[in-house]
Design a protein around this ligand. Sequence first.
Ligand SMILES: [Mn+2]
Length: 332
Amino acid sequence: MYRKERAMDEAGMRTVAEVFRDRDDFLITSHVNPEGDSIGSQLAVFYMLKKLGKNAVMANHDPVPDNLKFLPGTGLITRGLPGDLCPGTVIVLDCAVLERTGKICRRPLEGQFIVNIDHHVSNEFFGDVNWVEPGASSVGEMVFRLAGELGVELEKDVAEAIYTAIVTDTGMFNYDNTSRETHRVAGELIARGVDPKAMHGKIFEAKSLSEIRLLGKVLTTLRLEAGGALAHMSITRQMYREEGVDYVSTDEFINFPRSIKGVEVAVFFKEMDDTRERVNVSFRSSGKVDVNVLASRFGGGGHAQAAGCVFNCGLEEARARVLSEVKRAFKE
Ligand SMILES: [Mn+2]
């Protein structure tokens, strides 16, 4: 029995290719707290537009994480919009809703043309052009095909950017979004010079001592509920202060509660270092509970097995609201 091929939106891809050919000035952006898929696909799209002879700039709300700075071109990504810039076309990558870009697209300029390229099932089709493939492992996997459509040859540097996007969004080819197409694209990237072992070292084995110590603190908060089907843990501002760090990536922390035998839903609460109270919540599911539905009840979204939302309240309140909703979902 063959596993079903994943659905692709070839018409959406061709429309995006037309926009790339027809227009001249582009801004490429992605979501707040960028990670491998957002940065990797941003670099790849930038590279393609440059090859087509276009003007393009890259800007995000938050800085490039330290572990991705080895990717060539990340130095060109600005934090916030560069001054007086007003490109006619904005390419938004890996964002289910426009607000995910933070202040970059808080107020889209009059007449600005928005190209929405994404793989979240909760995508709201906010663009003038929308290319959305919920079956894709990553936006990186999608833009690899776009390069083919545009006839742009990918050199090793950009192949590494796309590989980074895929390997991070699939949890090293472990998640349910990993398809035959994902591995086909990864194979094509290896053919272009990508060294998987070297990439793994740079992306996943370049942690700081504070990051590991922070993980230790977070794991002491890990609790099991609902007969062992629900695991949750939290990070507080106090923990960051104790380690003397402003920001380190905690994206992988949720893999620990997720990996406990019997856990159906894992939840990670992150108290954000803001002046006002804000809590970021990440959900992971083993498949029985759709966490995209859960997160959307709190104004968030994502994928069926990985989603998130934000609360503008204290940690205790956010935890109480989320945990009761998860327990209710178990009963449904
Ligand atoms: Mn993604």
